[in-house]
Design a protein around this ligand. Structure first.
Ligand SMILES: NC(=O)c1ccc[n+]([C@@H]2O[C@H](COP(=O)([O-])OP(=O)(O)OC[C@H]3O[C@@H](n4cnc5c(N)ncnc54)[C@H](OP(=O)(O)O)[C@@H]3O)[C@@H](O)[C@H]2O)c1
Length: 290
């Protein structure tokens, strides 16, 4: 089935509706934006780099005549930017919010929340946005989709090192933050919030290897894994399908290839669930009060 036929079959009706996407300027975001645009939706691009975002909006408009776009500045490392973006989204509530922006191998630093930036970008800030907006989006019959990752399964939450600051491996630090995001949102048990993932697809996030290694693996990676255009279909699928608590939508074959399906997340022990929920509640308070 072609991508366009797939979208017609599985995406919710999007003509005249608004889809807000964080990280629109990224590899997955670039491909993702084109799906709702092709179905007649307007886009709200939540990006940290205005120039890049506006340039990309122009490209999209040339590809999809009549497309309406708007820009909201969002730097997930910066609490005031996150709160300002939340306010703007509350004033003009979109039908769908896709929490797509994320970061993997970046220089780590401590943020105002007290946690490192990887934790804040991948968990604290998107979780806060979901909490602030979910009821309002549900009232419009819409949905929030958070982009998770297979990397969430690499580790377990450690109450003594919540953001994994003492861990050296980027995969663990990133996976831990995604684990918090996925299980905290899952714990909300809210039909208007779903988790989806793209499997593995070649984007800037997968370009963090040392240069000589990257030069070698780049081409096979592009061949072996799905392109962002196909990998991003899981997110569209989650917009139009029920993704129950404790499940996620992602590529059907080994979580890496093929058309999307909904699968159960591996269950986690009750004490880890409770811990993640308590950190999520604390997180909201910290951001609210700062
Ligand atoms: N690619 C994969 O194989 C894969 C697998 C599993 C999950 N994911 C998830 O997919 C999502 C999209 O990633 P990608 O693969 O498209 O990677 P990417 O090409 O690196 O894009 C990441 C996006 O996040 C944005 N971002 C990073 N830090 C930010 C910050 N502080 N504030 C606001 N935006 C920020 C980036 O903005 P700039 O454009 O300004 O840099 C970019 O738009 C992420 O959540 C990632 O974890 C990807």
């Amino acid at each position: 089935m072609s991508i366009q036929s797939y979208l017609k079959k599985y995406a919710p009706p999007l003509s005249g509706r608004t889809v807000a996407i964080s990280g629109a300027t990224g590899g997955l975001g670039n491909a993702l934006c084109r799906h709702p645009a092709s179905l007649g939706a307007s886009l709200v691009m939540l990006d940290r780099n205005e120039e890049r975002s506006l340039k990309f909006a122009q490209i999209l408009k040339s590809e999809y005549p009549g497309l309406k776009t708007s820009y909201i500045h969002l730097d997930l490392e910066d609490i005031s930017s996150v709160k300002e973006a939340a306010l703007r989204l509350e004033r003009d509530v979109p039908d769908y919010l896709i929490l797509n922006a994320g970061a993997y191998h970046i220089p780590r630093k401590k943020c105002k929340t007290g946690y490192n930036n990887v934790f804040q970008i991948n968990f604290s800030s998107p979780y806060y946005l979901a909490e602030r907006l979910r009821e309002k989006i549900a009232k419009r019959g819409g949905k929030i989709i958070a982009v998770g990752s297979i990397a969430h399964s690499y580790s377990k939450a450690d109450p003594k090192d919540v953001d994994f600051s003492s861990r050296k491996k980027s995969s663990l630090v990133y996976g831990n933050a995604k684990r918090y995001l996925m299980y905290s949102l899952s714990a909300l048990n809210d039909k208007s919030v779903a988790i989806a993932h793209p499997g593995i697809t070649f984007t800037n996030i997968t370009a963090h290897y040392p240069k000589p290694v990257f030069a070698i693996i780049k081409h096979p990676m592009k061949i072996i894994f799905m392109k962002p255009k196909s990998a991003s279909l899981s997110i569209i699928y989650a917009m139009g399908r029920d993704v129950p608590q404790g499940s996620w939508a992602g590529p059907g074959l080994f979580n890496i290839w093929g058309r999307p399906s909904v699968k159960k997340l591996k269950t986690i022990a009750q004490n880890e669930y409770s811990h993640i929920r308590s950190i999520a509640d604390k997180n909201r308070e910290i951001i609210e009060n700062s």
